[in-house]
Design a protein around this ligand. Structure first.
Ligand SMILES: NC(=O)c1ccc[n+]([C@@H]2O[C@H](COP(=O)([O-])OP(=O)(O)OC[C@H]3O[C@@H](n4cnc5c(N)ncnc54)[C@H](O)[C@@H]3O)[C@@H](O)[C@H]2O)c1
Length: 353
């Protein structure tokens, strides 16, 4: 069988991750890597050809596809050059700094008839896939809220991520994943976006955001991220009329909690609590709450590449479609607009603004 030849441009942190991943696929040869910093190329695996620029790599190698893992502002140039060379493209997220840039990328791919997709591999995060299963199977009845929270303690802006002109900040870094997950999960059009975005301890780029997306099916997605939020956590919550589903941790540890009967019309019993007498927020009656296990998933990031290769062979559609990525970028622009104006940004039909 003829092997598929892959190249990587930008052999830094993510480039190395991609190189390792490619090595796990028998049908793929990691043929070449290009990086403007020779230091980064010192440890290319044996047999991989190293280049100082994408131009040299594309001129010399006959690649089937390229993975673009350079900093964000260079993605457009890399996509245009790769498309012109007639090779298929996986571009790192955020694919583009703006919708305008993204449209140029999709146009270049279309003109040169190459596959173009974006590395939104967090669609295969275990915690996310479990919650998607809860959503798809309506395991907690009619849902009203989905919360996705990510908190860290390190402030955690480093290298080029501290510069706005380099596409730094957490909205570009993690926001793009959290929004992509929610849009991939919720089978409804967007109604509106409301957001707060802040630079808490970083001078020039955002390190905290809180985003509410209201969907036309009446579900609200609530995403909050902070890098200086001194209780590290990755959590999910889905609330519905049939129970609550919750996860704490990327490993997907959590549970579904239900009540043995629906509490509507049950008169509350007055209880004394630390907050004084209460009917609504006292402890549950013995036996009222029951717990169930969450669904099981074998999701892992490698599946991103499995699906990409199937799309390359024409065996299935692209898993991460450019039109989906465009909506994510549009929501990110709406997030910035809402944070600036203090107003919700409304979407019309078909996820168009
Ligand atoms: N999908 C994910 O989970 C994920 C995680 C981290 C980073 N990323 C994305 O991957 C991309 C790279 O991020 P990183 O953290 O690996 O950065 P990095 O700084 O570690 O690596 C970038 C590499 O690109 C090289 N480079 C810069 N300009 C170049 C050019 N014009 N030509 C060739 N090489 C060039 C740099 O020398 C560096 O080695 C970014 O778009 C980032 O958002 C994605």
């Amino acid at each position: 069988m003829k092997k598929i030849k892959a190249g990587i441009v930008g052999y830094g942190f993510m480039g190395h991750c991609h190189g390792e991943m490619l090595g796990t696929f028998d049908e793929v040869v990691f043929a070449a890597a290009a990086d403007t910093n020779p230091e980064q190329l010192k440890d290319v695996p044996q047999g991989v050809h190293a280049y100082g620029t994408i131009d040299e790599m594309l001129k010399t190698e006959e690649l089937d596809f390229i993975i673009i893992a350079t900093p964000n502002p260079s993605h457009l140039e890399m996509v245009e050059k790769s498309a012109k060379a007639g090779i298929h493209i996986i571009c790192e997220k955020p694919a583009a700094m703006s919708i305008e840039e993204f449209d140029k990328m999709t146009a270049a791919a279309k003109e040169n008839q190459v596959i173009f997709t974006v590395h939104q591999q967090r669609r295969w995060d275990k915690d996310f896939r479990i919650m998607k299963e809860v959503y798809d199977r309506r395991l907690v009845g009619d849902m009203y809220v989905i919360k996705s929270q990510l908190y860290g303690i390190n402030g955690n802006m480093h290298d080029w991520h501290i510069y706005p002109e380099m596409g730094g900040g957490m909205l570009y870094d993690w926001g793009v994943h959290l929004i992509d997950q929610i849009l991939f999960m919720v089978d409804s059009e967007i109604d509106s976006v409301f957001a707060d975005v802040r630079n808490v301890i970083n001078r020039d780029v955002d390190d905290y955001f809180h985003i509410l997306i209201k969907f036309k099916n009446k579900i609200t997605a609530d995403m909050e991220l902070g890098t200086y939020y001194l209780t590290p956590k990755r959590a999910w919550f889905i609330g519905g009329t049939g129970g609550s589903a919750m996860i704490d941790g990327f490993g997907g540890e959590g549970k579904i909690v239900r009540t043995t009967h629906l509490l509507e019309n049950v008169p509350g019993k007055i209880t004394m609590t630390a907050a004084g007498p209460t009917r609504s927020f006292g402890p549950p009656a013995p036996g009222l709450l029951i717990e169930e296990d969450l669904p099981i998933t074998n999701a892992e990031h490698r599946q991103y590449m499995v699906h990409f290769l199937k799309a390359l062979h024409g065996e299935e559609e692209l898993a991460v479609k450019p039109e989906e990525v465009r909506v994510v970028l549009d929501v990110m622009e709406a997030v910035r607009e809402s944070a600036r104006t203090g107003e919700a940004v409304r979407f019309k039909n078909n996820n168009q603004r």
